[in-house]
Design a protein around this ligand. Structure first.
Ligand code: GLP
Length: 264
């Protein structure tokens, strides 16, 4: 399959003028999913990019009565060795940015347990819980410097499931600011949904902003579809929305932008 026939499969590529507009568009898509189905199952992501999305959703909860009380959530990943109360854990991130500010039901929110005594069993249980909930309706995705979605570092086969992965040095550098600036302070391993797990979601929503994401996004969206860039796997999915700001979209070819923008 050529890169052009793959890229023409995109449902939508939205390019907004700045990060604020891009995060607002992503938040609107999530809110729409909840308004269409108050018991929606959402796949959630972490990272600095998503903070604006969660701030918008929290504002919609406050100002527009958007309720999360019936929503079930599954996060993509968690650091191995960090307990839910650790301030650097993704559990803590999610409580701070979304779950506490809205009316999330603690019984319906799920993240992998990075402190599980048996991480293998934890991964298998996570997969079972996603299936038991009926699968993920909308999975939010960011992209890391290595091209990862979740923590699927290169190479990650497209049929991988939730598992323990070793974090790339580049990822530990990227996430060091959240750990006081020292890459060595970033855990060496994480539990992540696999690429195969992510591809089973009914709909994917990838959000990226800022110039630092431009090169890896061009590789993911226009380069080869390869386990070396796990985000390229989204091109195999039939229902994908990619939301970018102009800086993140800067390295995409004009032809790709034009075709994808009018595709839906
Ligand atoms: C972490 C997460 C990824 C996320 C990435 C991007 O590595 N595991 O799911 O996409 O951060 O982070 P940021 O938004 O801070 O650039």
């Amino acid at each position: 399959m050529t890169s052009s026939s793959l890229s023409s499969r995109f449902g939508r590529l939205l390019i907004l003028p700045d990060p604020d507009a891009a995060t607002a568009a992503a938040a609107r898509l999530i809110a729409q999913t909840i308004r269409n189905d108050a018991r929606a199952v959402l796949g959630l992501a972490t990272g600095r990019t998503m903070e604006g999305v969660y701030a918008r959703l929290a504002a919609m909860h406050r100002d527009e009565a958007l309720s999360f009380s019936g929503v079930t959530t599954f996060n993509l990943d968690e650091y191995v060795g960090l307990s839910a109360s650790d301030p650097n854990s993704y559990h803590h991130y999610m409580r701070t940015h979304l779950f506490d500010p809205v009316d999330a039901d603690p019984a319906r929110v799920h993240l992998p347990d990075g402190a599980a005594a048996d991480p293998g069993a934890e991964c298998a249980a996570y997969e079972r819980a996603i299936r038991a909930a009926g699968g993920i309706a909308l999975q939010l995705l960011g992209i890391g410097d290595t091209g990862h979605i979740g923590f699927n570092e290169p190479p990650s086969a497209f049929d991988t499931r939730t598992r323990v992965v070793e974090l790339d040095e580049a990822t530990r550098r990227q996430n060091a600011p959240m750990f006081g600036g020292d890459p060595e302070a970033v855990p060496r391993e994480a539990i992540t949904m696999g690429v195969g797990t992510i591809l089973e979601s009914k709909r994917l929503l990838l959000l990226a902003t800022g110039p630092a994401k431009a090169a890896i996004l061009a590789a993911a969206l226009e380069g080869p579809v390869t386990p070396e860039v796990s985000a390229s796997a989204i091109r195999l999915h039939p229902d994908v929305t990619v939301v970018l700001d102009t800086d993140a979209a800067a390295a995409l070819s004009p032809a790709f932008k034009a075709r994808a923008t009018v595709a839906d």
